[in-house]
Design a protein around this ligand. Structure first.
Ligand code: ADP
Ligand code: MG
Length: 811
């Protein structure tokens, strides 16, 4: 007799299945991926329940409130919307703020007595976005600016040609009294051609200049306003009084050149943010959702976790998820910077924005939009871009001094030359002083260079939380590595299980039940082995991680301890002679031994193969070649420490608990970098001058580090160190250049050797030079390429034939 085929619907994605997988509490799923996601989701819920909800604390809707709608510009991903929303919600007087990335719009309810729409608009603008109130016309700032620049440029040209004709007339001796009327006409033409320039370019500068003056913070705009309007006023006076000298050409050229500088700056900043925009643009906005009724195209960020999505060969993944069916190569270079594709199979993790090269996948969504790894990266990078590094503050401080200094110097120059050669010469020379003292290059050089360094590192799969991290990294003298999970090759593989009391599988199941709650790489290997043997894991309660030692948890009524020998010692679990002898043998063979026990004794051992990452030696050499000291800190025992010392040839400090690691980092002379596991090395990463986390592609935003490596190679460490040094070198070069240029220019201007137009041209040239120098960072070799001091690749590839290409990023 044939049993009727029993079809059930998956509890997560809703698809019918005849061969369900049974999850906790008997829930049925269509595939292991759905089961896994459901488990993850419930873990999330538990966390959410444990944390006090912010929403609950929100006050009741206010009696007295108003609503404002802001149209937004300059958002490049949904995390920008998140940031704006967060900022607004924290602003005084704001009750709620809903910001939609799709509609580029924010709806804000607020208390009209405490704030108003204009102030909210300013708050958004201060974050670097554009915002318009209803009735204001959104326009592309850059486009309208370049149009104005173009029109003004034509008129400026006109002025220059006329003034050239006047010079020609004088130069060839045609300046006869009979033709003097011609000059007056030329002057009038110049005056007329200057009017559009003054309106198009002058008024915005005037407005900005006055505004900053009123705030008591004179800036470059103030200088330019003073300069141009002094030149125009002088010219008008001369024209009216019939004095044979006008400076309309100077004023218009000045405004034009300054606007060119401003435009350059806009372009340069755009270059910085383009890299981010490019990242986000790679994530498809639509996804193919598989429902019981068939397939549908839907906006990707409307999917919820658990939705089943189809991704065909050549397509990009629209969401983060786990592979349910399908197998194939995936190009993850967008996030990791590593050019080699990685193989993805059922239950592996795939990330939004990466490309399925040849596999036809069905995946189960784990995260969409801003919650995807790509979204988290966008958010981190964006925050990093708006944080100022100390060296930027130095530049700001210098600028803040230079403007009043320039005004004082200009006043001195004016007085001196007025006494010596009359007010006209005085004014012109003072104008040159003002122009040349403009700290444009200084203000531009530093942030731009840091931005480019930051985006360049993102292209190489390295995320920096702030530009300050680059600055600190460049100063680092010593690099410490964590061992397990950082220098060891992942994943670990369980090679043997031994228990004197239980049979092997029952013992493994008990240990795995506790380890299932740990993110440690050793724990993952234990759980993977239990799963591959299809063991039913009992559920453990009371889980606790003992960083540097191991974990514990309660099963039925005994407490199970899993970890290293020191954990067993501290808990007073006795180690029998047989187990001790076996452990010693395995350790001598270079394996990693994990102890487990309950009640009063160690009941068994787990043996894991420990291999060095293929690139570890190369990375250590490269860092040493850069003059950095390298050392290893490990929670493992002395014997393992010895072994690693032999392998790498650097000092290895063994039996380091997290607090020992921190102490050692604090004691180290000078700035130190610590490279470690994203999550379990949190304290050490935070204690170092710069913490570098190996993320294994998991929760990027949670890693307690300044720097997060997305790729699965630590080769990015020397690359990043070199990039940081190059970036800071460029910053210093630019600062030095801007400083010397200002000094020399000032000398010439004060002594009356620099025409105002030349001063303006020099200012632009200087900005161009620093911008160009910063842009050279874009040519910094890609992450996978050779870095100074590394050895040729052939040496290390020979003995590691099946290198890293098949290691999943999955966490
Ligand atoms: P490292 O400093 O080398 O990265 P850790 O501090 O992560 O090492 O761990 C130190 C030691 O503690 C490990 O070698 C291991 O013996 C033990 N340990 C830590 N966590 C676990 C765990 N979840 N399961 C088993 N052993 C663990
Ligand atoms: Mg570790």
């Amino acid at each position: 007799m044939v049993a009727a085929l029993h079809v059930v619907d998956c509890a997560l994605c809703g698809l019918p299945t005849a061969h369900p997988f049974r999850g906790e509490g008997g829930t049925l799923f269509c595939c292991p991926a759905c089961l896994e996601v459901d488990r993850l989701l419930h873990a999330g819920e538990r966390e959410a329940r444990a944390a006090p909800s912010a929403d609950l604390q929100a006050s009741a809707p206010p009696a007295n409130h108003a609503t404002a709608v802001l149209s937004l510009g300059g958002l490049w991903c949904s995390s920008c919307a998140w940031l704006i929303g967060e900022t607004l919600r924290r602003a005084p007087g704001v009750h709620s703020a809903d910001v939609s990335f799709g509609q580029r719009e924010g709806r804000i309810t607020f208390d009209p007595e405490r704030t108003d729409p204009r102030r909210l608009q300013r708050q958004v603008k201060r974050l670097g976005y554009r915002a318009w109130l209803p009735g204001e016309t959104p326009s592309d700032e850059e486009e309208s600016f370049s149009n104005r620049l173009l029109i003004a440029g034509i008129f400026a040209m006109h002025d220059m040609i006329i003034s050239l004709m006047i010079y020609v007339r004088e130069f060839f001796g045609w300046a006869t009294p009979e033709s003097a009327w011609l000059v007056t006409i030329f002057y009038l033409m110049m005056a007329m051609a200057s009017v559009p320039i003054l309106v198009l370019l002058g008024i915005p500068v005037l407005r900005a200049g006055l505004a900053s003056l009123l705030r008591g913070q004179p800036n470059t705009h103030t200088l330019i306003t003073l300069g141009t309007f002094a030149a125009v006023a002088l010219s008008v006076r001369n024209l009216v009084l019939g004095i044979d000298r006008v400076y309309f050409d100077t004023a218009s050229m000045l405004l034009f050149l300054v606007a060119v500088g401003r435009w350059l700056e806009m372009r340069a900043h755009k270059t910085g943010s383009d890299a981010l925009e490019r990242l986000w643009k790679q994530v498809p906005t639509e996804a193919t959702w598989i429902t019981p009724e068939g397939e549908r195209r839907v906006p990707a960020d409307e999917l919820s976790a658990g939705a089943r999505v189809r991704v065909r060969p050549g397509e990009r993944f629209p969401v983060d998820g786990l592979v349910a069916t399908g197998e194939g190569d995936v190009d993850e270079s967008l996030l990791t910077g590593e050019p080699d594709p990685v193989l993805r199979r059922p239950r592996d993790r795939v990330l939004a924005g990466t490309v399925s090269l040849d596999g036809a996948f069905e995946i189960i969504t784990t995260a969409v939009g801003a919650e995807t790894v790509t979204g988290q990266i966008g958010r981190l990078l964006h925050q990093a871009l708006w944080q100022r590094a100390p060296v930027e503050r130095l530049a700001d401080r210098l600028s803040a001094w230079m403007v009043p200094g320039a005004v004082a110097l200009a006043a001195g120059t004016f007085t001196f030359w007025t006494v010596r050669a009359g007010p006209e010469v005085g004014l012109l020379n003072a104008l040159s002083v003002l122009l040349i003292a403009c700290p444009c290059a200084l203000g531009l050089a530093t942030p731009l260079t840091l931005w480019l360094g930051l985006t360049r590192s993102a292209e190489g799969g390295v995320i920096l939380r702030s530009t300050a991290a680059l600055e600190r990294l460049a100063s680092v003298r010593q690099v410490f590595f964590d061992k397990t999970g950082t220098l060891t090759r992942l994943p670990f593989r369980l090679q043997a299980v031994f228990s004197g009391e239980l049979d092997e599988e029952a013992f493994l199941a008990r240990v795995a039940a506790v380890e299932a709650s740990s993110e440690h790489p050793l724990a993952q290997a234990v759980v993977a082995e239990a799963e591959s043997r299809d063991l039913a894991l009992p559920s453990a309660s009371d889980f606790r991680a003992w960083p540097g030692y191991g974990v514990s948890g309660r099963l039925e009524d005994s407490r199970i301890w899993v970890g290293n020998q020191r954990l067993m010692d501290t808990q007073g679990l006795k180690l029998g002679a047989d187990l001790a002898a076996r452990a010693a043998t395995w350790k001598r063979q270079g394996r990693c031994v994990v102890y487990a026990g309950w009640e009063d004794r160690v009941t068994g051992l787990l043996v894991l193969g420990e291999e060095t990452r293929p690139e570890a030696v190369e990375v250590v050499d490269a860092l040493q070649a850069m003059g950095l000291q390298v050392a290893v800190l490990t929670g493992d025992d002395k014997m393992a420490g010895e072994r690693w010392h032999e392998r790498l040839g650097v000092p290895v400090y063994a039996e380091q608990r997290p607090e020992d690691k921190m102490a050692r980092l604090r004691e180290a002379a000078g700035p130190v970098a610590m490279v470690g596991d994203g999550i379990n090395d949190g304290p050490a990463l935070a204690a170092a001058t710069v913490g570098v986390a190996v993320s294994h592609g998991t929760d990027v935003a949670r890693a307690a580090a300044d720097v997060i490596l997305l790729g699965d190679e630590i080769r990015a460490v020397p690359w990043l160190a070199a990039l940081a040094r190059t970036t800071m070198r460029r910053v210093r070069q630019n600062l030095a250049w801007a400083f010397f240029y200002n000094l020399i220019g000032l000398g010439l201007a004060v002594t009356g050797h620099l025409q105002p137009v030349l001063a303006a041209a020099a200012m632009i040239a200087s900005s161009l030079i620093v911008t160009g120098n910063a842009l050279r960072l874009r040519q910094f070799p890609a992450a996978g390429a050779r870095v100074e001091g590394e050895r040729p690749r052939s040496e290390d590839s020979a003995d590691t034939p099946d290198a890293i290409s098949s290691v999943p990023v999955a966490g």
